[in-house]
Structure formats: C-alpha cells, structure tokens
Design a binder for this molecule. Sequence first.
Ligand code: KG4
Ligand code: ZN
Length: 336
Amino acid sequence: MAVLLAIESSCDETAVAIVRGEAGRRTAVLASEISSQIELHREYGGVVPELASRNHSLRLRGLVEEALSDAGVTMAEIDAFAATSGPGLASSLLIGSTAAKGMACALGRPFLGINHLEGHLLSPFLDQTSVPPHLALIVSGGHTLLLDVEGPGRYRKLGGTRDDAAGEAYDKVGKLLGLPYPGGPEIEKAAASGNPAAYDFPRSMLHDPHLDFSFSGLKTAVLYTLQREQGNVSVADLAASFQQAVIEILVGKTLQAAWQTGRRMIAISGGVSLNQALRAAMREACDKNGFELVTATPDFCTDNAAMIGFAALLRHLAGESTPLGGDIHPNLPLAG
Ligand code: KG4
Ligand code: ZN
C-alpha cells in the first residue's frame, strides 16, 4: 500500500492530488484539487506562458495544503511525490516539478517525473484494478495520438497529428466563430442546435492506409466558408458540421487502428474525450464492431493531478523512481 502526492502544472491548470493504492487493487483518489486559469487567459484567446507559471507558483502551496486536509493525511504519511515532467510549457513544468522534488528531498522520499500523456493514457483505468492490453486514443489540446498499449509502460505509437491537435482545431475554430476560449466545450454547445450536414468539410487522411491525422485543412475550410458567406452563416450549423468532420475522422482512424492491431478494447482520453457527441459516435461504432470502449470519468478527462498520481503509483509499485537531478522535458515523447 502506498500514498502518493502528485502535481500537474504542464499548462494552464494547477492541480494537486493524493492517491492511495496497491498492486491489483483499485486506486483510491483521496483528494484531487484543480485551480483552473481559464478565466485568466480568456482575454488573450489562449494560454500566456508567463502568466501561467506565475499563477502556478502562487496557487501551489495552498492546493497542497487543501489536498492533505481533504485526504486526511499528513505530509509524513506520503510515501512518494510525483510531478508532470513533460510535455508542456517549460516555465510551468518547472514550478510543479521543483515543488515535488523539494518535498521529496525534505522528507527523504522518492520522486517520480511523469509524462503528462501517460497520465491521460492511463486515466480511463483509474477506477479499475488493472490496465489490460488495448488500443488508446489520446485527444487533448496539444495531442492527438493513437497507441498500441501492451500494459503500463509498454506503449507503441501508431499515429499522431501532422499539424494541429484535435483540441487545438476546436479552439482555433471556436476563435474563428467568435466563441470564448477554450473552443471545445463552446463548439459542442453550439453544435447541439445545428445541422451537421449543412457544410461538407474535408475528412483529411480518413481513407489513407496510415494512422496519422491532419486537422489544419478542416480549420482552413471553416475560415474560407466564413469569408465566402461574409457573416451570413449559422454558427450552430458551422459548429455542428465542423464537429461532425472531427468525429468521423477520430472514430474512423481509431477503428482502423483497432482492426490493424487486433486489439478488442479501445480507450479514449484527454479533454476532447469529454465531448458527448464523440463519445456517442465512438460507442456506437464500438458496439457495432464488437469492441469494448473504456472512457475516463469526466473529472479526469481534462488536465488533473489524479491521473499523474495514478501513473506514478503504478511506477512506484513497480520499484521505479526518478533521480532528483532529472530535468523537465517540454517536448517529451510518450513512445517511439
Ligand atoms: O487534456 P486537456 O485538458 O489539456 C491538454 O493536455 O491539452 O485538453 C484541453 C482541450 C482543449 O483544446 C479543449 O477545447 C478541449 O480539450 N475540450 C473539448 C471539450 N472539452 C474540452 N473539446 C471538445 N468538446 C468538449 N466538450
Ligand atoms: Zn492534458
């Protein structure tokens, strides 16, 4: 049995979690604190790195104290400390990683530097007793990745985006449509009353034999439509048609990857996996083709520290740790 304190500070959420678990048992999330900076960055239409890191350092200590109090554990009862070590904004990663190392050093406990993407990847299994072999789709603001997962720590990259990530496309199209940042949830709301067949946007690479994605053409198609129609458009129809294209691409490529690898279980994670229309389409396709679909609970889809704590716990229980001299890695890959 081990109790871990984990910090996530790779982008614009400052998060601290405390998790407790042991091999073969379901992990308990004793506390999961998140301080979102969305309001802070909204007026700039995107994340400002300097503001993000300053805010992480201002919020972190209070969040650690709240997490300990919510979990009902003392600092002395923490067996190991973890933080996201990449990928992400360098100045933001440094805040969380330095804080976790400081606590580990002061208490003489091990430190674990965790790949943010591994946190997302494993998040659908947080409430389960094991991580079985499966096909994983990570769809977030920074990444769109298909991976063949043999088990914890054993990942093979099958495909990724060649330009924008799916969430990034949502955010950029949201901006074009004059919706607030972040665009993902706003487009989902607008799309609910729109016609997904109103505009025939491109489904780039959908029928190519490889497993890569491209979303920048889709974003440009939305821009050209807006320019051509000169404001005479329905935002709901545009949002619904854009979302329909994204969903068809994500579902199509994920099933293609599952057939190619022979995996029967599909897990989706990351902020975009919160999207109800995507979930419904993925579930329908999985049911039709006999695949089992696993999703993360909504609280653990967007950036949080519980997923970092869970990934760290699995590594800690396997006897792993990271040297305190280990650096942060803004471009850290998950798998080759
Ligand atoms: O995983 P996440 O919190 O952060 C990264 O690691 O990037 O994902 C954030 C992304 C943003 O691009 C946001 O617009 C998108 O997830 N997102 C959504 C929804 N909720 C968040 N995209 C589509 N539909 C949603 N409901
Ligand atoms: Zn993320």
